[in-house]
Design a protein around this ligand. Structure first.
Ligand code: THU
Length: 163
């Protein structure tokens, strides 16, 4: 039996102004996207912004439903919209942020497991890493170079190939 320790690598920035231009621009877009969240049940307003390789930014926000499981997270709204509108263009980065109660109260957010899986599919589909930018606290922003950092031992189509 072996016990194996692994590590994740991320960058931590203090304040949105300390981010490089692409990351800052994308986080500002995610903050804007949160304004269109439909979150009457949780009052947790999430915004996501996906940056495509050609420079296009596609926004998403969480869309809730009275039948709770019918809701969808901001990240998947953005990414499925990319898949529907720009199926041939790889995603290079996604930013996510959240506000609690109202849009003045910024809140930390880290993508749920289902969203990580969907992001991972985008990486696998295009063979390119998707950079993740997330607000960890109102003044701390975390940048990861790939979804793999947040989802090791990923399940993808290779997992179903016979050996
Ligand atoms: N939510 C997202 O949109 N993204 C996340 O990464 C975490 C959670 C949404 C789902 C639900 O509408 C609300 O936040 C509370 O869970």
């Amino acid at each position: 039996m072996d016990v194996i320790k692994t590590e994740i690598i991320y960058k931590s920035y203090h304040g949105i102004d300390s981010l490089p231009a692409l990351e800052k621009n994308l986080m500002l877009a995610a903050m804007q996207a949160a304004q269109s969240a439909y979150a009457p049940y949780s009052s947790f307003f999430v915004g996501a912004a996906a940056q495509l390789e050609n420079g296009t930014i596609v926004l998403g926000s969480n869309q809730e439903n009275a039948a709770y499981p019918s809701s969808l997270c901001a990240e998947r709204v953005a990414l499925f919209s990319v898949g529907a509108q720009h199926p041939d263009i790889p995603v290079v980065a996604i930013a996510v942020t959240a506000f609690m109660g109202n849009l003045d109260n910024q809140h930390p957010v880290s993508p749920c497991g289902a969203c990580r899986q969907v992001m991972s599919e985008f990486e696998h589909r295009y063979g390119k890493p998707v950079k993740m930018i997330m607000m960890a606290s109102p003044n701390q922003i975390i940048v990861l170079e790939s979804v793999k950092q947040l989802l090791p031992f990923t399940f993808n189509s290779d997992s179903m190939k016979s050996t």
